[in-house]
Design a protein around this ligand. Structure first.
Ligand SMILES: [Zn+2]
Length: 724
């Protein structure tokens, strides 16, 4: 993106963000999820970082939170109600610790205090001489709205603080001197308690049921429900909403925080004794590892909790450290909002690929600018059918909202049409099949477009399954089921595409969690080098089995070696690379394209029919395209060291072996390798030229044929002795 494009995008982003912000923060109406809005802000922030000259004072990145509504009396906060820094991963949390250690210039060994991060409305309660005199919203952090009348309807907020007994305070660790100060504040000072007003999931569901019956607009979510209840002028409405309140902060009068109470844990205990609710789940964690397991357990229970939470707030338990660490920018160093991964994000559509299913139905998949959503990077999303594209009015280049929760496959939720630049392109279904090139038609009365070639999917599936099979590329763990899923979801069209599969692609598929995706990527990466004979066999050229592939490979290696020696004499630079054990696909193509059908037919074991098939294969444009794609996607062809170097001349040199049945001490491939290194050959069928037939368990017709022709038959023991 150049600066002119950036400026245009930036302007559009600012307007879009401001529109949603106004709805969300001022009108308490949700026109976009908080996560998607964050995603837009992140894009804006990144753009402004790249082009600082484009930052303006009215940019949404230059402000903290919503301004207070005029309809309320303003309330200035004694100390700012600051926002928190966000962390989304363990590494973010470790970075936070490291930053604090750098700041303190020492190791941070303090305990942490973990609290569930409630998703409601932050409220500050001021008690003077023990009586509630003011309740205020956060507002812009410095000045909030006086919502005392409404907050007074929340039953769990006491209008007069409870006076604890001395005994109770002693039990939770207070010293006599501390107790004296608490009592004097209760009687003659100000105590401020901050916390979150919330609406439980049950109240939310009941209210919406009621509103539905009365044809009133439904509440978007619990946070919205709380905000809408408190930030309106009729206290009767607030009362009907049955809100609840949990405290998370205690500010004791004019004293610098940390001076009366020394830990957050003790502070919470005091708040409870003063008659307010504090979440029972809050806990001390002695180090970050404990924080991580707390976070994990909370995440598992999240759905079952009676209220909505969006993460865990992690604070340094030692309150004496709070003023030491202080505040940087708009948030404190001593606490961190460790958030659950956002389930929505915004990104752009780079392309549409059409996948062909078993029935020939074409399904569009959106190729996305990779984006982190639901804790993973996602790069594709299925769109189910062409109707979906029309319903969303989706175009190439559009900015969209994508959603992913848990292991559910990502879904395009909506298009942000205001962000269009005019360069977006309409999406039309293909007229020819992307897999076989066959005709595509929309069948009458059907949503789907279909490839009319009935064997389209089956042929591709068979070809790819053959390529990954044991005798060819040998992709252990990439069974036919997975290949079918990849093919049906449009992730691959041919075998070469396998080498280009990314983790983000896999996470977009059904039944693919983090670990399974990692395993598949590991298998693919472990197979990036492939012997040229196995490669040729894997291509599935008609009539070319393992033996013929081997013959072709030997011929190719031989020619390239000769070529290399020739070039060596004239000092060609690439001679060395050709000998180093790797083979470029273009060399492979070039050698085979220089062979006439007659040349090929002269080779051992290759008759005119096989020769014609090989000849045609290496001249087909589509095949050549796929061949080059293999290399582009990171496949490296290896050549085994030529036989003349490696093989000992033995009594077996030149002998022909045929294997039948299974051996108990080594696999068929191992046996073949062994035979080859001794200078002998293996063949698939028994002829009069065969020297030995090795018969393992349950050997079949080859055994009978050998008997008939009077060929020496070896059992496993005899064979092992011979090749020793
Ligand atoms: Zn087709």
């Amino acid at each position: 993106m150049n600066i002119i494009e950036a400026k245009k995008r930036l302007e559009k982003l600012k307007i879009e963000i401001d529109y949603h912000r106004y709805n969300y923060h001022v009108l308490d109406r949700e026109t976009i999820s908080a996560a998607a809005l964050d995603s837009l802000k992140n894009e804006l922030f990144a753009l402004e970082n790249e082009y600082p000259e484009l930052i303006t004072s009215d940019s949404p990145t230059q402000r903290v939170a919503g301004a207070p509504l005029d309809k309320f009396e303003k309330a200035k906060h004694s100390r700012p109600m600051i926002s928190l820094f966000d962390a989304f991963s363990e590494s973010d949390m470790r970075d936070w610790k490291e930053r604090n250690e750098n700041y303190l210039e020492r190791n941070l060994t303090e305990e942490y205090y973990c609290e569930l991060k409630l998703d409601g409305l932050a409220i500050s309660l001021n008690y003077k001489f023990g009586k509630l005199i003011l309740a205020a919203t956060r507002g812009d952090g410095k000045v909030g709205e006086n919502v005392t009348m409404n907050v007074k309807t929340i039953q769990s907020i006491p209008l007069v603080l409870r006076k604890p007994e001395e005994k109770e305070l002693l039990e939770v660790g207070f010293l006599k001197s501390e107790i004296k100060e608490v009592f004097s504040l209760l009687e003659g000072g100000v105590i401020e308690i901050r916390g979150e007003a919330i609406m439980t999931k049950k109240v939310f569901a009941d209210l919406n049921k009621k509103y539905l019956a009365e044809s009133r607009p439904a509440l978007a979510n619990t946070r919205n429900g709380v905000a809408g209840s408190i930030r309106q002028l009729d206290s009767k409405i607030t009362a009907e909403r049955k809100l609840d309140f949990y405290a998370y902060d205690l500010l004791l009068g004019d004293f610098e925080r940390g001076e009366i109470v020394d830990t957050k844990e003790k502070s919470d205990a005091l708040v409870r004794l003063l008659g307010l609710k504090v979440l029972a789940d809050n806990a001390v964690c002695k180090d970050l590892d404990n924080v991580f397991s707390f976070f994990k357990k909370v995440g598992e229970r999240r759905e079952k909790l009676p209220f909505e939470i969006d993460g865990v707030v992690v604070k340094i338990n030692n309150l004496k450290m709070w003023p030491v660490l202080g505040i940087v920018g708009k948030a404190p160093r001593y606490m961190m909002a460790y958030k659950f991964p956002a389930e929505q994000a915004t990104t752009t559509i780079n392309d549409i690929v059409w996948q062909v299913g078993r029935t020939g139905a074409l399904t569009p998949t959106a190729i996305l600018e990779p984006v982190n959503v639901g804790g993973a990077t996602i790069s594709r999303s299925t769109l189910h059918n062409f109707d979906e594209i029309e319903r969303l009015d989706l175009r190439l280049g559009d900015t969209i909202i994508i959603e992913r929760s848990g292991d559910v496959i990502p879904k395009v939720i909506s298009v942000l049409k205001n962000l269009r630049s005019g360069k977006e392109k309409k999406i039309i279904p293909p007229s020819v099949c992307p897999m076989c090139g066959g005709k595509v038609e929309q069948i009458k009365d059907e949503v789907a477009y279909r490839c009319l070639n009935k064997s389209c999917f089956a042929v591709s599936l068979r070809q790819i399954t053959h390529f990954v099979s044991k005798g060819a590329a040998n992709f252990d763990g990439l069974g036919p089921k997975l290949i079918e899923q990849f093919l049906a979801s449009g992730l691959i069209k041919d075998a070469a595409d396998i080498y280009n599969i990314k983790k983000a692609d896999l996470l977009s598929l059904e039944r693919f969690a983090e670990k399974k995706a990692d395993n598949v990527i590991e298998v693919i990466n472990s197979r990036r080098e492939l012997d040229v004979a196995r490669f040729i066999y894997g291509l599935g050229i008609r009539h070319v089995g393992e033996e013929t592939a081997m013959t072709l490979a030997e011929m190719i290696i031989h020619e390239i070696m000769e070529g290399a020696q020739l070039s060596k004499k004239v000092g060609a630079a690439n001679a060395k690379t050709q000998l180093s054990g790797f083979l470029k696909i273009e060399h492979l193509i070039s050698v085979l394209q220089h062979k006439t059908e007659e040349d090929l037919a002269k080779m051992e074991d290759i008759g005119p029919i096989v020769a014609e098939s090989i000849y045609t294969f290496w001249r087909d444009e589509k095949n050549l395209e796929v061949l080059k794609k293999f290399e582009k996607n990171g496949l490296i062809l290896t050549i085994s060291t030529p036989q003349s170097k490696n093989t000992k001349t033995s009594a077996l040199t030149g002998k022909i072996f045929v294997l039948t049945g299974s051996l108990s001490s080594l696999t068929r491939d191992e046996a073949k390798d062994k035979i080859r290194t001794l200078g002998a050959k293996t063949k698939e069928s028994v002829t009069k030229d065969t020297d030995y037939v090795v018969a393992g368990e349950s050997s079949g017709s080859k055994y009978d044929k050998a008997k008939e022709l009077g060929i020496t038959i070896l059992d496993e023991d005899e064979f092992l002795k011979m090749i020793k």
